[in-house]
Design a protein around this ligand. Structure first.
Ligand code: AMP
Length: 428
């Protein structure tokens, strides 16, 4: 019996893998331009890192983590997100001592035990960035502009960037208490989940997806009316910088992140084409997190995009991404090897072309007819035939697959570099 992949875990094949790679490369290109250096993070971390960073009462930590005991008894977890690991690395390597400002980006798989559906998988890919050591609104505006530039570089048009301010230690506690008292007084009208979490995590009342619960909290007090002067100024400055830059956003006063360490600017990016899940990315400021994980008091702000969801949004914005990727996977040259005596010559030629950056498919051991059928199926632009006669003449025969015409002994085996590319008809 054959063995299938675990539920919620998928293989990224051919064109789909190609699209994911293009998205990651496009995003990484933007991030490098913004001064972020790559950090290659471990997939496994100690469980307590996520418990402390993400919070014990969040869905992720309560029910979505892949946690198990290592052979020595240590509790370890497959990372459900990247920020906690980046902060751990910052603290562990004292990165702030080299430069008080640190910019890091990462890409790679994350793991959450969620119910699989369109755009929601148990292993999914993220590209994320974190900026440490800057508290000023300029940093927030820069990070938001960067997120918008990632969307543009990937080719996702029409995405909405929702932003909000969550206040800080000066203004949020009083608001939180007010919202909690408001929610407890209406507990019987809240959904089961919110009726429970109003005690521990009242801010989450605002982003509940249950329609009835949303209705029940339609007139809940909002943080925007409770911000302290400093938070209000900070948020106003972020918005005016974005306005000046022409970066589109919408203020969503119900946008929250349920964790205590999130402060001030928070955001979520939504796009069409994602089915029931709408977010392609999210982020925010988390000035308390580094200290919470045992590091110095340094502020941080960052975001993470879901690569799988960016792919869905890209498909909605510009249909045919996978078809275009499939085209790019077609070999530029297909070398058809006829007979054992031609093998060494054909392999050398293929290697020369490949080292020049050309995608070459090499195939033999069958009739020319069957090799041609395969070259056709792969969408190869041209076929280079290397048989007995070609080896004797040290020149290959070039077949134009569109015109179905042979140019006998057209490619001199001793050519190299640009001359070889021109001879086989590949753009140097
Ligand atoms: P979060 O860390 O929950 O804010 O997630 C950041 C982004 O990762 C989301 O906006 C999604 O694009 C993506 N994401 C989160 N969970 C999943 C999942 N289970 N499957 C696919 N993408 C996800």
């Amino acid at each position: 019996m054959s063995i299938s992949a675990v539920k919620g875990f998928r293989d990224g094949l051919g064109p789909a893998a190609c699209v994911s790679r293009q998205i990651e490369d496009a995003a990484a290109g933007v991030l490098r331009g913004y001064g972020f250096d790559e950090i290659r993070l471990p997939i496994l971390e100690r469980t307590e890192l996520f418990a402390r960073a993400i919070g014990e009462t969040t869905d992720i930590v309560e029910k979505e983590m892949y946690t198990f005991e290592d052979r020595d008894g240590t509790l370890i977890t497959l990372r459900p997100e990247g920020t906690a690991s980046v902060v751990r690395a910052l603290v562990e390597h004292h990165l702030d001592q080299k430069d008080p400002i640190t910019r890091l980006y990462y890409t790679g798989p994350m793991f959450r035990h969620e119910r699989p559906q369109k755009g929601r998988h148990r292993q999914f890919y993220q590209v994320g960035a974190e900026l440490f050591g800057r508290e000023d609104p300029l940093a927030d505006a820069e990070v938001l502009a960067c997120a918008r530039d990632v969307l543009d570089a990937v080719g996702v048009r029409g995405a909405r960037m929702l932003i909000n301010s969550l206040g800080d230690g000066a203004c949020r506690p009083a608001y939180r208490d007010a919202l909690q008292a408001w929610g407890i007084a209406r507990r019987d009208r809240l959904c089961k989940n919110c009726a429970r979490r109003v005690d521990k995590n009242p801010l989450r009342l605002l982003d509940c997806k249950d329609p009835k619960c949303r209705e029940a909290t339609a007139d809940a007090p909002l943080l925007k009316d409770h911000l302290c002067g400093e938070c209000d100024d900070h948020f106003a400055r972020v918005r005016s910088l974005l306005d000046a830059l022409g970066v589109a956003y919408e203020v969503d006063p119900r946008l929250v992140r349920g964790l205590d360490y999130y402060v001030r600017t928070t955001f979520e990016i939504t796009a069409d084409g994602l089915g029931a899940v709408a977010a392609v990315g999210a982020g925010g400021r988390y000035d308390g997190l580094v200290a919470q994980l045992g590091g110095p008091k340094i502020s941080g702000i960052g975001f993470a995009f879901g690569v799988d969801r960016l792919a869905l949004a890209l498909e909605a914005a510009q249909p045919g991404a996978e078809d275009r990727a499939a085209e790019s996977l077609a070999p530029a040259v297909f070398i058809a090897v006829l007979g054992a005596d031609a093998e060494a010559e054909a392999l050398a030629l293929a290697r020369k072309l490949r080292r020049l950056g050309t995608r070459v498919e090499l195939d033999g051991g069958r009739s020319l007819k069957s090799l041609m059928r395969r070259a056709d199926r792969l969408g190869a632009g041209r076929v280079l035939i290397v048989g007995e006669e070609e080896v004797a003449a040290r020149r290959g025969t070039l077949r134009d697959m569109i015109e179905k015409r042979d140019d006998k002994l057209a490619v001199d085996f001793d050519l190299d570099g640009e001359a070889l590319l021109l001879a086989v008809g590949v753009e140097p």
